[in-house]
Design a protein around this ligand. Sequence first.
Ligand code: IPM
Ligand code: MN
Length: 331
Amino acid sequence: MTIKVALLPGDGIGPEVMGATRLVLEALEEKTGVGFQFETYPIGDKVKEETGTALPAETLEGVRKADACLFACVGETAKETILPLRQRLDLYANLRPAKAYPGVPALNPRTDLMIVRENTEGIYKMIGHRAGDSAFNVRVITREASERITRYAFQYAESKGLGKVTAVHKANVLDYTDGLFLEAARAVASEHPDVEYEEMIVDAAAMKLVMRPEDFQVVVTTNMFGDILSDLTAGLVGGLGMAPSANIGDRYSIFEPVHGSAPDIAGRGIANPSACILSAAMMLEWLGEEESAARVEGAVVSVLAEGRVRTPDLGGSASTLDFARAVAERV
Ligand code: IPM
Ligand code: MN
């Protein structure tokens, strides 16, 4: 079977981590029956400088035509690229796992949780207004989006045999919006009596995630809380260099390392490509290629656990390509 993958390397370290990931996928191709057809499309600051648009029509079309898409990162143009992609393609579920891997310094080695972040609404609707010295951003929460993200979280928990879903909110202050979010979450929870349902206010959740991450399995939350908490949980398990993610809708999907374009190290060949490679593993799982997904994740885990080949962010001196080659060998 040939899988059509749209590659969106973007800016900064994007092309480096994407090149590394492609190397790993090509090794997988050689060793298994999976085949890839890669198409690379421009996105981000650089193409905007050249053409005036950060998200060219051919790129959007390319993502639509492909079976799946890997996006690395952009510089200053997130608001014109990944945010519209998430909303226009209705990629409503943003999956952000935080897993402590052996050999990677984690604050708590028992951390293994999944944040399911609503990805299309909330404050990210970018509806706002400025009147002189007063400014407003409107937080939009709908029953439909709240129910479907909670349903996604419960179905995810069930599919992985996990026993608990925690809904994170601030309904004590955001009475209208998170009041509705909780109402929707409770309704969905009542359809899943076999999975424990728990609610937690976001500030308390931030503290408990740091002190007792092992108490969490699946966290479901609104867009911006998910944004903030997923950087927090990435910090628990080794930083953004280790954090993959998936943007999933009913029709399309984009897989994406959580890190940005890291202009300070761009072009030096030292970025940690783990997040992008692990995002590719999430892509394979979503495509139903579970065995290939496990091979890719397993290869990353084994190289990290051995500890001989590590990028500088993890205390090593290996280059992006050294790491990718080590992973490719073990895939
Ligand atoms: C993320 C990023 C984006 C977000 C930014 C770049 C707009 O922080 O993917 O977490 O806020 O969603
Ligand atoms: Mn973020």
